[in-house]
Each structure stands twice: as C-alpha cells, then as structure tokens.
Design a protein around this ligand. Structure first.
Ligand code: ADP
Ligand code: MG
Length: 726
C-alpha cells in the first residue's frame, strides 16, 4: 500500500502530497472529510522501522557496554528513544575562522602565527598574531597528550586555536582552546552529565545511533503538528543532535514538553475509556427519596454540597463505574454528602465500603454517622486492625451474607478473608494517605464498584488536571453557614508562653485545644525540634499542671489511641499533645485552639489541614504557628501567608508555586513526577492544550497509531501503575 496520509518526515518526500488541508481539522466544513481522512490514516498503519529502531536497547550500539547501560538505566535511559530525548545544554559552532580584530565574547576559531611560546610556572602560554591583532592562549592543566602537541609547536608556526574567548585587560584570551595545525569545521555539543556519564560518551552514542537510523515516522498526530506549529520529529531530532546551524532549541523544547503532557493526557483518556467498558451496577435514585434522606440530616446541605451530591447520584445511575474525586476544604462537609450516597446504595440492597486512613477516624465516622444510618434503617459496622478476632469473624460472616449494608474501616477492609456479598460503592476518605495499589485492591473486591474518593487537600487546578486526569471531579467550595475563620498568628519560640497562657484561658471557658509537634520523640538527627513525648512531660509539670492533658501519637498502640481520642472527644481531656495523627479528619467541635510547634517542618497544605481541626467550632477559634529558631526565611514567609489567607485552594496555589509539585500532599508518589521536560508551573498552558487536543481526538475517534501506542505504554505504563493501556 502506498504511504499517503502518514505524517512522514519532511525530508521524506511525500509530505507535500498529503491530502491534508492547511490548518487544523477544525477547518473542515464537512464531517465526512474528516472521517474519510482518518480512515485512510488507519488503513496504512503498521509498525514502522522507526519504532523498531527507536526502541532498540542501547546495548546494541557499538561502544555501550553493561557498565554504561547500568548508569543510564538508573536514569531511565534504556533505549535509543530515551537518549534522543536528552537535550544538549550547549552548542559551540566553529564553522569559520574569525579575524582577531572581530572577536567578541563567545566561541571562535582563530588562525595565526605563534609569536610567543612559553612554559610558565602555572600555565603554558602562546601568543598568536593573525595580522589583525593578538590573542593569548593559556593551558593550566596539561595532559601528556596535550603536552606532546604543545611541545611540537614552535615560534613562527601557523596554528589554529578554537574555544571560548574572553577579554582580559586589553587582550583577548582563550583558556584551554583546542589547538591544531589546520582548520576543520566543528560543532561541539555539550550534553548534561547523566548518571556520571560524560557528555562526550552520550554524544557518541547518539551519533552511532543516528548512523543506522531509518526514515522517521512522526507519532504525533498530524493535525496537532500543524495546529500547534511543531517541527517534525526528524527535523527536530536531527537539528538537536546533528545540527548544521545553531538549532532553534526553543521550539523543540516546546514540542517535547507538549509531547510529554499529550502522552499523559492520552494515557488518562485511555484509562477513562477502559473504565467505561467495565460493567457496574446501576443505582437509580429518584429525587423524592433523596429529599427524604436529606431531611434526616441535622442541617441543610449547602449549595456546593447539593451540587456535588447531584453529580454523584447521576454517576451512580450509569452502567459503568463512577470514578469521582470529591474535593473540599477541611470542614466543608464531605462526609454528609457521601453518607447520603452510601444510604442510597444501601437502600437499593447493595453494600458500601467506607475506607479511612486511621482507626481514630474510622471510630469517629462510625459514631457520628450511626444515628443517621439508623434513622434510615441501614446497617453499619466498623472493622479496624484492633477489632477482636471473634468480632471480625462475625462481621465477615454477616458481610458475606449481605446483612451489613455499610462497612467503615481502615485498610483491614481489603484484607484476605473479608468478602462482600454485593459491594457496589466504595468510598475512600482522605485519599492521599492511601497508595494507588491499595485502592485497586479494594476495587477488586466488588465487580467494578463505583468509586468515590474524598480529598481535603485542595489542589491547584493545573496539578489537578495532571494528577487526577483519569477522574471526574466535584468540588465543595463553600463552608457550612456560620463558620468563623480561624484567627491565626505566628509566634517566635521565645513567645510561646503567650500561646500556652491563651490556651489556659480558653480551657477555663470550657474549651479544648491541641498542641502539635513534628516528632514523636526527640532525636539527635533532628536537633532543635521539639517532640510530643518530651513536651508532654514538660508541659504536664509546668504550664499545664492543673489541667487534664492527653498524649496522642502514631507509635501508640491502637487501643491507647482510641482511648485517648475518645476521651478528648468526650471533653475529658482539655489539651491534647499530639503529632500529625490528628491531621486527618479528627473532629471535635469544642476544640478552639491549636498550637503547631516547629511549624516550618510542615508544608503549607498540611498546616492548613492542622488548622482545620479547630475550624469546625461554633466558637471563635485560634491557631498559633511557632517556627523553630532555625527556620528559613521561606518557611516563615509560608507561615505568614497561612496567617493571612483562609482559603485552602488559594493556599495550595501558593504552596505549589513556592515548593513545586512534589511537596503537595499526595502528589509525591504520583507518576507525574517522572515528567522529564515539563514543569507544571511553567507549562500549565501546554497542559491545557494537550488536554484539549486529546479531547478532540476522542471526539472524532482519531486513530492511535501503533507507534504512538508503543510510546504511550513505554512512558506511562510503569508510573501510572493501574494503567493497562491497549
Ligand atoms: P470534611 O469535609 O472535612 O470531611 P465534615 O464532613 O467532617 O467535613 O463536616 C464538618 C462538620 O460540619 C461536621 O461536624 C458536620 O456535621 C458539619 N456540617 C456538614 N455539612 C453541614 C451543613 N450543610 N450545615 C451545617 N453543618 C454541616
Ligand atoms: Mg472528613
């Protein structure tokens, strides 16, 4: 079959014969044209030589042995394709000789007569005269090889030197130029050092690879190349690695960044597609039932809660699984929304699992939701790690008979021996505490349950598109009425007594408080950072000797943890000394003050979460952030933002700009951190373009070539581990 319609390389003739109209596919007036065009593209797809070549292991290239390969593969460079995507940091062109009088700061080649030749104490010196001026050359480190060359040069000889020229006093100077008898055109390409492998070696590997390169097949859809005005693949790669003139690296980088984000979006689109092909139980709930359920809550849902609930309910009606993220700031009332969704499923006779990250949180949800569930005649149980064996067996048996409607618990929910009869909905609270793998294991328990993930970490929009691209998103951007904002202050360590004093006053009024430390116990490795255990003892003997003090941290066994958090909830502890175990979801309305010590040790989003612990109070609440004396200026700045801004989404945006994606809660384990060319802060526009283009492809059913599929897999299969593209 003839190769028409393929987005072949520009140096490969038939580009001009392509049946495309200039511009994007939008410009087609008639739909048929587009589909005919696409059909033609599909017909001629077959695995090209290009892909075979691009995915050749580097070992097949001469000169690359196991040692080098090991170094490279640690940096995820294993095949030719990977190495082609390494962009040089610098090009030096020596395409002609420059007369000395025309030199400027930069790289040049100069030919002239040697006027002076001296082996000075710290360097070897040559002075060259080309009739238009003088040039000094100095070599500080002389290898035996270089010595041989330099020593063979005599005063009066002609020599060609090339390298970087700089101005010293009234003379031009070159340090360590390359020296030869004759001028030859040369281009020096500097690659970044990868895994200890020098630029020279990478350069050689690429040259060797190119010497066997077949015609290039551009895997990026043609309409995108045209629409986005990208260079063609072969033009790009050749100009990057084998340039004849200074390459336009800027436009190549743009394409590489786009490619990366395009592939990410395409991967998400495939995941969504796959999800749609799964069968899920349809749960039809009519508005009347919904109204009745809502009326059983002790409050009226906010508009944002209602909107999110509607979105969830309409997902449940579909015959493929819901994949929805429910995002809302701490205290925005996510629990009420999902509780209604859970009852809806239970009322239709299906089971619901509700997974939370800690036992404390499980107990709290159970306690708070039980009255609501009971009023709806729905059975609810709790299963956590510390549930006694007999109870666990009982639950397990009731569960498999379908006699428990809603099961709340920790990761215990997806352990061996726990089987649901007909789970149709799974709710995962505070998602960032769970790995993707755990989530998948739970989902495997049902056929393909509807999945609802709750996150209290507001995430900047760009990041949300990049991290949760496979999910639909509902946002609760409104707090329940009457919430006062938390008054927030930053104090130095010296002034922390003031905060303690304030807590005592609040306790006198019958309120409760938290004091949070970054460490459980003091450690030599982390000097100058206070720890919960030691401070508990200290405070018990000093400031807080006359009040009821509790200690809660992650190393306590779960019985103790449950006991302490239970006492605090019931108001039998006035001040809780704690670590970040309280960060997720602990909900005590009577707590009005939180003190966070060594606040610089926490990210902005996390501090905001901690502050959220006192935002659910009916009373005015307060937070004190106390940075350590060694805290950096940036850390203090972060805290001052926190003190003046109350909106979690705004704070997340600031945190993202200050610290980058990797420090946003929950993003650390995510595959997007494997992005090589992209910086999500800088490239947010490119991300949106890529997303849009993928949507167009989906809409028009644009064929995905084998090449593109191959690259897609290679790039994302591992890091988006739940991805099984194609
Ligand atoms: P989060 O979104 O952090 O999980 P919760 O669901 O725990 O927040 O809700 C925080 C508190 O607000 C709870 O005590 C809950 O009962 C209350 N609440 C939730 N929605 C409303 C509402 N619409 N009106 C009044 N109070 C509400
Ligand atoms: Mg919650």
């Amino acid at each position: 079959m003839k190769l028409v319609g393929r987005s072949r390389d520009s140096s490969h003739s038939n580009i001009n014969k392509l049946p495309y109209i200039e511009g994007s596919i939008f410009k087609y007036s008639r739909r048929e044209d587009v589909s005919a065009l696409m059909k033609r593209e599909t017909e001629i797809l077959h695995t090209s030589d290009y892909i075979k070549w691009a995915f050749t292991p580097l070992t097949e290239i001469k000169g690359i042995g196991k040692v080098i390969l090991d170094k490279l593969s640690k940096n995820r460079i294993e095949v030719i394709y990977d190495v082609l995507n390494v962009i040089p940091t610098k090009y030096d062109f020596y395409l002609h000789l420059t007369p000395i009088e025309q030199l400027d700061e930069g790289t040049h080649a100069v030919r002239g007569k040697v006027l002076v030749r001296e082996n000075r104490r710290i360097y070897f010196f040559l002075k060259i005269d080309d009739g238009t001026g003088f040039l000094s050359c100095k070599w500080f480190n002389i290898t035996p090889f270089l010595r041989k060359i330099l020593y063979s040069i005599k005063v009066g000889d002609e020599a060609v030197v090339s390298g970087k020229v700089s101005h010293f006093g009234i003379f031009w100077e070159m340090h360590h130029p390359l020296i030869a008898k004759e001028f030859k055109k040369r281009i020096d390409i500097t690659y970044p050092v990868i895994g200890g492998l020098e630029s020279r070696r990478i350069s050689k590997a690429i040259r060797d690879a190119f010497s066997e390169a077949p015609p290039f097949f551009d895997y990026l859809p043609y309409f995108i190349i045209r629409k986005r005005k990208f260079p063609f693949l072969s033009e790009m790669l050749r100009n990057i690695h084998l340039p004849k003139t200074p390459p336009e690296i800027g436009s190549y980088k743009k394409r590489l960044r786009y490619e990366e984000l395009f592939l990410l979006n395409l991967a998400y689109q495939r995941m969504k597609q796959e999800n749609k092909e799964k069968k899920a139980i349809t749960i039809n709930i009519n508005d009347k039932v919904l109204q009745i359920l809502e009326s059983k809550l002790p409050f009226k849902l906010t508009h944002a809660q209602q909107r999110s609930l509607k979105e969830i309910i309409s997902d449940l009606k579909k015959d493929y699984p819901m994949m929805r993220l429910l995002q809302g700031d701490v205290g925005s009332g996510k629990t009420a929304v999902v509780a209604i969704a859970a009852v809806c499923a239970a009322k239709k006779g299906y089971q619901v699992s509700f997974m939370v990250p800690t036992e404390v949180l499980a107990a709290q949800h159970y306690e708070k939701l039980l009255p609501f569930f009971s009023s709806c005649n729905v059975n609810c149980e709790i299963l956590v790690g510390s549930t006694p064996k007999r109870k666990r067996e009982e639950i397990s048996s009731l569960l498999s008979q379908g006699k428990i409607n809603i099961l709340i618990g920790t990761h215990t929910l997806f352990q061996e021996g726990i089987s649901f009869k007909n789970m149709a909905l799974t709710i995962i609270d505070e998602q960032h505490k769970f790995g993707v793998e755990q989530r998948n294991r739970l989902m495997k328990k049902g056929i393909a349950p509807h999945t609802l993930i709750l996150s209290a970490t507001p995430i900047p929009r760009t990041l949300c598109l990049a991290v949760y691209g496979d999910m639909d998103i509902s946002i609760i951007d409104e707090l329940p009425p009457g919430r006062k904002s938390v008054k927030s202050y930053m104090l130095t360590k010296k002034r922390r007594k003031e905060a303690y004093g304030f807590v005592l006053e609040e306790v006198k009024k019958g309120r409760q408080a938290y004091v949070v430390y970054p460490l459980i116990s003091e450690s030599e490795n982390v000097p100058n950072v206070d720890a919960a255990e030691e401070m508990y003892k200290k405070l018990k003997e000093t400031y807080f000797e006359n009040i009821r003090l509790g200690l809660l941290h992650g190393d306590m066994n779960s019985d103790e943890k449950m006991k302490v958090s239970g006492l605090f909830r019931k108001g039998k502890i006035d001040v809780l000394i704690s670590t970040t175990v309280i960060e997720v979801g602990v909900d005590v309305e009577n707590a009005t003050t939180i003190i966070v010590e060594n606040a610089e040790k926490f990210g902005l989003a996390q501090l905001h979460q901690l502050r959220g612990r006192v935002r659910r109070s009916k009373h005015q609440s307060y937070s004190y952030f106390i940075p350590g004396d060694n805290a950096s200026l940036l850390a203090r700045r972060r805290i001052s933002y926190l003190c003046s801004i109350d909106d979690g989404f705004k704070l997340a945006e600031i945190d993202f700009h200050l610290r980058g994606a990797g420090d946003i809660l929950g993003v650390r384990q995510h595959g997007i951190l494997n992005l090589v060319h992209t910086d999500l802060i800088r490239d947010s526009i490119i991300l949106k373009q890529a997303k849009k283009d993928v949507e167009i492809m989906t809409k028009y059913n644009y064929p995905i070539s084998e090449e593109l599929m191959y690259i897609l897999k290679k790039k994302w299969e591992k890091s988006l581990c739940y991805l099984s593209i194609g």
